[in-house]
Design a protein. Structure first.
Length: 150
């Protein structure tokens, strides 16, 4: 697929704001008629620019208001060890995000739980026991000022 143009970027931006809008409304917002807009959306999906549609959920209303970030340092950073860690961390439902870092630690995890007690349990029983974990360090969120979600 060639580089994205202004309209493709507009389609993506509008869908990020509201993926539930009708194609007719989307087309109107980006300056196209319905059919060309549908064709562009399909092309963006087929080429992996749009990977899916999801609902933005108020996690606090669901009782998951505690957010912490954990730095994780591994005792082995071979390709095999990294792959093993990556597979295992995906199984922990409290881990909302996991990023391999170019830093003085190896991974940064965003963890969402009900409260500090639950976080302590997740950290102690699940994250610390992941393959190759040498050490962790936690940063607790006091207030989320801006959070776009996934």
């Amino acid at each position: 697929m060639p580089d994205l143009d202004r309209i493709d970027h507009s389609i993506i931006r509008e869908l990020q704001k509201n993926a539930r809008m009708t194609v007719t409304d989307l087309a109107s917002r980006v300056g196209l008629s319905k059919t060309p807009c549908q064709v562009r959306m399909r092309r963006l999906e087929e080429h992996g620019y749009i990977t899916g549609y999801s609902a933005m959920v108020n996690q606090t209303k669901l009782g998951l208001s505690h957010v912490a970030f954990a730095q994780v340092t591994l005792n082995d950073t071979s390709s095999k060890a990294l792959a093993t860690f990556n597979t295992a961390v995906k199984q922990i439902s409290a881990v909302e995000q996991c990023h391999m870092m170019a830093a003085n630690f190896d991974y940064l995890l965003k963890i969402r739980t009900k409260n500090m007690a639950e976080y302590r349990q997740v950290l102690g029983e699940q994250i610390s026991s992941l393959p190759h974990v040498l050490q962790t360090s936690t940063f607790v969120v006091m207030e989320s000022v801006k959070d776009r979600g996934l």
